[in-house]
Design a protein around this ligand. Structure first.
Ligand code: GDP
Ligand code: MG
Length: 376
């Protein structure tokens, strides 16, 4: 409703946004060579700028240089790494430090700032005390303990996406508004198309017109099919149509976007369960995954917000988006402890490439990488 009113009352700002998007999009096209999406991309300009609250959901203008998986993780964890390494290095202005209560308290304060929570922090500080109390430690010793403990704290069983044995795999994506759902869907879609899989998207966030348009732009850029409906339509019917299209077209993956806010939380939860049910009627085993997107920049606050979701919609895994925007990368620790759900992916930027499967060891290694280099 809100979006619609805005569009009607402010036609000039709508046109302005449209022109801005067209400009951005032209630049994007010039700077990238994306043969897969080039054919259909020209129609993308007809969509207005999505959702004002979160500003700029449209993709950035220029692609970033290609990074490997570890490079992307490192890039995404830069702020967390910087915080940890600067602060821990400051502890070691003198060669070696005596491990006493004062030193342990200093380490505790640093760890807490990464949002790893009290349990994780105490485990690490406790291990430092056990191994080194009353002895002199070097920075490398502390880094070593932090790394080993973090790997333990973040540990989880391997959590690959559950794919359908036959027919399309259906993935439903949920989370509060602005958490990064739509962007994460674009990232998933890109990942699948890069594997040669055929993808159909379902624009199930029909509560906001802008949300449908945002996903439509992504589908055109990525060259994947999308099923939409006008604002206010029943999202379960969009989901049903998307799954039906995926089956009929022999697609490999169908990804369903959902609303992050409705008139009431109860309405939202009811709607999400209905979408879940409808998908399950079409394909008995589906949805094969229900991924809950959490915004890492909210740190531990986001966790409590998301708990309701996780309970209401039978989530099967988490995506932690926007890691790059925060020094709170330690938040994976409380997430691992408070959710009985594996973290499946992390979002490390705004482009579809900025996405990595979550693997605790690689994650911690990236977080503690390049420690010896001077702080920027
Ligand atoms: P939704 O409302 O849950 O669908 O959230 P969106 O996907 O629209 O994302 C909200 C905002 O967060 C947009 O501006 C996105 O570009 C941005 N965003 C999403 N994921 C990431 C990420 O991993 N890193 C950064 N820096 N921004 C992100
Ligand atoms: Mg969205």
């Amino acid at each position: 409703m809100k979006d619609e009113r805005r569009l009607i009352l402010h036609p000039s700002s709508f046109i302005l946004k449209l022109v801005t998007i067209m400009g951005l999009f032209d630049k994007f096209k010039k700077k990238t060579e994306q043969p897969a999406s080039a054919g259909s991309a020209d129609t993308a300009v007809a969509a207005p700028q999505p959702e004002a609250e979160q500003v700029e959901p449209a993709p950035p203008e220029a692609p970033q240089p290609k990074l490997g998986l570890f490079g992307r993780l490192k890039q995404g964890l830069k702020k967390t790494t910087q915080l940890l390494k600067t602060d821990i290095r400051d502890l070691f202005k003198k060669e070696g430090r005596l491990v006493d209560d004062g030193f342990l308290e200093e380490v505790r304060v640093i760890l807490i700032r990464t949002d790893m929570g009290p349990v994780g922090t105490e485990q690490i500080v406790g291990q430092i005390a056990t191994d080194f109390r009353a002895r002199v430690v070097q920075m490398a010793d502390i880094k070593d303990i932090i790394g080993r403990q973090l790997k333990q704290l973040m540990a989880q069983d391997a959590a690959p996406l559950r794919m359908a044995a036959e027919g399309p795999t259906v993935i439903m994506v949920a989370g509060v508004n602005g958490s990064g759902k739509t962007t994460s869907i674009a990232k998933l879609a890109r990942m699948f198309t890069a594997e040669g899989k055929r993808v159909v998207l379902g624009a199930g966030d029909t509560f906001r017109a802008a949300a449908v348009e945002q996903l439509t732009i992504w589908s055109q850029r990525l060259g994947v099919e999308i099923i939409t409906a006008p604002q206010g339509s029943d999202p379960a019917s969009v989901a049903h149509r998307a799954v039906t299209a995926a089956v009929e077209q022999g697609a490999d993956v169908c990804i369903i976007d959902t609303a992050g806010r409705l008139q009431t939380q109860q309405n939202l939860m009811n709607e999400l369960s209905k979408i879940h049910r409808v998908i399950g009627k079409k394909i008995p085993d589906a949805p094969h995954e229900v991924l809950l997107v959490l915004d890492a920049t909210g740190g531990q606050n986001g966790i409590s917000q998301a708990r309701g979701f996780a309970q209401a919609v039978n989530c099967t895994g988490l995506i932690l988006a926007k890691l790059d925007g925060t020094a709170k990368g330690g938040v994976i620790v409380p997430i691992r402890q408070q959710f009985q759900l594996p973290v499946k992916f992390v979002g490390t930027g705004e482009t579809p490439e900025d996405f990595a499967p979550f693997q605790p060891d690689a994650f911690v290694d990236a977080m503690l990488a390049d420690w010896e280099e001077p702080a920027a």
